[in-house]
Design a protein around this ligand. Sequence first.
Ligand SMILES: [Zn+2]
Ligand SMILES: [Zn+2]
Length: 80
Amino acid sequence: MCNFTQREYSCGHYRWIASQWCREYTLTHKRCQPDVTDWEYKAEVICGECKAKARALHGPYVAWEGMIKRSPLIERLLAL
Ligand SMILES: [Zn+2]
Ligand SMILES: [Zn+2]
């Protein structure tokens, strides 16, 4: 069995991070039953999936808002 660390994120999701591959896996590259030997909690971090979701939700809006505020050209066009 391979050794895994269960890493929990502040969003509630968790990932298994391999800490040590067993001999069988290094030889065959077949996934075996994971053996979770360690556990860690990342209170400040959200998982990659949630990060991507947050970026998709807020990213374009924030960029657009910043552009309106910063660009005199767009302000002039909106004032017409
Ligand atoms: Zn293994
Ligand atoms: Zn998440």
